[in-house]
Ligand binder design. Sequence first.
Ligand SMILES: Cc1cc2nc3c(=O)[nH]c(=O)nc-3n(C[C@H](O)[C@H](O)[C@H](O)COP(=O)(O)O)c2cc1C
Ligand code: SF4
Ligand code: SF4
Length: 212
Amino acid sequence: MVFPTYGCMVPGIVRRFLEGVKLEAEYIFAIATYGMGKGKVTQMAEAIAQSSGYHFDYVNAVLMLDNCQPQFDIAREKEKLPEKKVDEQIEKIIADIRTRKHQSLPASFMDGFGTWICQFLGMGKEAYEQKFPKNYSIDGSCIRCGTCAKVCPMGNITVEDTVRFSTHCTTCQACIHACPKHAIHFKGERNTERWRNPDVTLNEIITANCQL
Ligand SMILES: Cc1cc2nc3c(=O)[nH]c(=O)nc-3n(C[C@H](O)[C@H](O)[C@H](O)COP(=O)(O)O)c2cc1C
Ligand code: SF4
Ligand code: SF4
């Protein structure tokens, strides 16, 4: 399992999957990606696994670009990316997994505090997810190409005469970052810079979603 960190927690869509799935394998690993502070995300993933009847043999986290809108200036995040040495972190994790290393990743007091603050702000709750698209607006550069609908893992977007968001959002912001025209804006965003992981193609995301 490889998944991002949202609000110092396991994202809702991942949490629901982990709670419902039965995983049986000789070796199972969980890697959380994050941009600034991971909070208790890895500990929470381990707890979900345990209560769902399986366990992760190896748990780790990778510090990557922080794509969270509107808090982060994506232009600045791109500049900071080389300092994060993402490839080195991933190579170390690959070596660990190849040798079937066993590892847990407990959270520090400050990690716990980060998660507590995010929970206090309501992040991760269903009501927070449902309201999320209210922060979005579409500008006149939209060409109604439908990319936002195709990358949405929740099937939450329809594109007809205009782009419409429903309430099944999981806050991933894939729609914002994948729009070829940067036409989707988050209230209070720093600029219109966007980011998609260059190692993952748009088609791979769309095919993996299988929403349409
Ligand atoms: C809604 C949302 C919340 C996020 N919350 C956190 C966070 O609490 N801590 C953190 O370090 N990164 C946070 N991030 C940044 C992502 O974890 C990071 O950019 C991740 O590597 C993105 O992976 P993805 O491209 O697969 O979405 C958040 C991103 C989003 C969209
Ligand atoms: S991806 Fe962007 S341009 Fe395409 S339909 Fe969605 S908002 Fe419009
Ligand atoms: S792609 Fe957009 S609408 Fe769909 S879940 Fe992600 S943030 Fe919500």
